[in-house]
Design a protein around this ligand. Structure first.
Ligand SMILES: C[S@@+](CC[C@H](N)C(=O)[O-])C[C@H]1O[C@@H](n2cnc3c(N)ncnc32)[C@H](O)[C@@H]1O
Ligand code: SF4
Length: 434
């Protein structure tokens, strides 16, 4: 692969390699302890006075096939009885819905995640969303989003969901290159994915596709073709750099020579820059974690903008994006164990962390990773000091590198900072010495 002059300038050289994961993900949460659980229950018994809208995110962590790269804790559809599972997801939702905190919270998004909730019938999906609507407060303008894969999204199912009022379909397209799809154990063809997207777009649904780069054997041309296809289909795009996770089929395939390895960090960076250039040229804006968007509403999504003081209330086996102010949690991954715990009337949390002020200040700085500004006023109100008082070295260093800008009111990443947003977030992590 050739490096273009534009791509080999200073913005690509601030660090040796890009960090894709920010600090403080579920992988770092401690296993649940009796004291933290107690403290969480006490917190749930308080009123939500943040005034921030939240996201409700039940997971159907079930898939009908396993993609070679996937690290999500899902179970094969053939091994799950969906109806009893759904009953227990509702039971878990109901446990939260009864708490004072949730009763005084308002949700502006209901998102079925996973996994592949499209393994459910349209009726089962609608029933679960109806349950959420009946038991949680929604804002006047709220959005329903469903994760689905074209392999389980019959066109008639999309019709029913659109008619019901679903706003967005999230689809793991990954790549429109059939050779790569086959190598990664994606059972449906690029044409199938395209057909599902076209159908949903015709019904005016917003479609957000997950695309992956730096896949083994993926050329820059293949990546460009995939990006162009997504642009032509008028989809929103989440672009993820492949991380070969321990325990995945892909890891084994690479180890035993069945698959080539993925490209190095330079290849990955060039692919990110390719996406950034092509998509911004096509009118997309980089927002949030990994999103490229042309939909105005996505830029004001509340649960994103509210970080770290808002909340995502997630439920279901293996869910891991939950956070309610200082608390972050993930659920039991094994679906049978999850069902057992919920049926006994306990919250099925596996890992739970409660952040103190020091950690919350660091989390507040990770707004930069989400491409959001850090408001000096809010920081001062929450912690009684300014970010410059707490992180003088880090801020000075990032400013000198041209990765952030600081004015009287806020700190934000610069265009040069975009590519390094993961590294920027790590500058403020506890176990990182600047
Ligand atoms: C839980 S999946 C939801 C999508 C849905 N299950 C489907 O495949 O249609 C979320 C996305 O995470 C991304 N992902 C999964 N494993 C990954 C990995 N090892 N590295 C980077 N991204 C990954 C994929 O793009 C995937 O679509
Ligand atoms: S990428 Fe989606 S469909 Fe594939 S295994 Fe992971 S969760 Fe299931």
């Amino acid at each position: 692969m050739t490096k273009t002059t534009a791509q080999s300038n200073k913005e690509t050289e601030a660090y040796e390699e890009r960090k894709n994961w920010p600090p403080y993900t579920y992988r770092d949460y401690p296993d649940i302890k009796a004291e933290t659980y107690e403290s969480f229950l006490k917190f749930l018994d308080t009123e939500n006075t943040t005034g921030r809208l939240m996201e409700l995110q039940p997971w159907v962590s079930v898939c009908d096939s396993r993609c070679a790269f996937c690290y999500f804790p899902t179970t094969a559809a053939s091994k799950v009885q969906l109806e009893p599972y759904l009953d227990l997801v509702k039971k878990e939702l109901a446990m939260y819905a009864k708490t004072k905190y949730v009763k005084t919270s308002v949700f502006d998004e209901i998102v079925l995640g996973g996994g592949t909730p499209s393994v459910l019938s349209a009726e089962q999906i609608i029933d679960l969303i109806d349950f959420c609507k009946a038991n949680f407060n929604t804002s006047k303008e709220y959005f329903i989003k469903i994760t689905g894969s074209s392999k389980t999204l019959a066109l008639s199912k999309i019709d029913k969901l659109a008619k019901y009022g679903v706003y967005q379909m999230d689809m793991g397209a990954q790549t429109f290159d059939d050779k790569l799809r086959h190598a990664l154990c994606l059972p449906d063809s690029a044409a199938d994915v395209e057909k599902a997207i076209q159908h949903a777009r015709k019904l005016d649904l917003v479609v957000c596709v997950d695309l992956m780069y730096n896949l083994p054997g993926q050329t820059m041309e293949s990546w460009e073709t995939t990006l162009q296809k997504a642009i032509d289909l008028d989809a929103e795009i989440d672009a993820y750099a492949l991380h070969v996770d321990p325990g995945t089929l892909l890891e084994k395939m690479i180890e035993n020579g069945q698959s080539p390895p993925q490209g190095d960090s330079e290849v990955e960076k060039q692919m990110y820059l390719k996406a950034y250039t092509m998509l911004t040229k096509a009118g997309y804006k980089a927002v949030g974690h990994d999103r490229f968007s042309r939909v105005e509403w996505h830029m004001r999504e509340n649960c994103l903008n509210g970080w770290p003081w808002g909340g995502i209330l997630t439920t279901g086996a293996g869910c891991f994006m939950g956070y309610l102010q200082r608390f972050s949690y993930s659920n039991i991954e094994d679906i049978n164990e999850y069902m057992k715990v919920v049926s006994e009337g306990r919250l099925p949390i596996q890992r739970l962390s409660e952040s103190n002020d020091d950690e919350m200040m660091r989390r507040e700085m990770s707004r930069l990773y989400l491409r959001l500004p850090v408001s000096k006023k809010e920081f001062q109100e929450k912690f009684g000091k300014l970010p410059e008082d707490v992180f003088p070295k880090q801020l000075q260093n990032l400013k000198e590198k041209g990765l952030i800008e600081i004015d009287d009111t806020e700190i934000r990443i610069t265009k040069q900072g975009e590519v390094w947003k993961g590294n920027i977030a790590w500058e403020f992590a506890t176990n990182h010495t600047p």
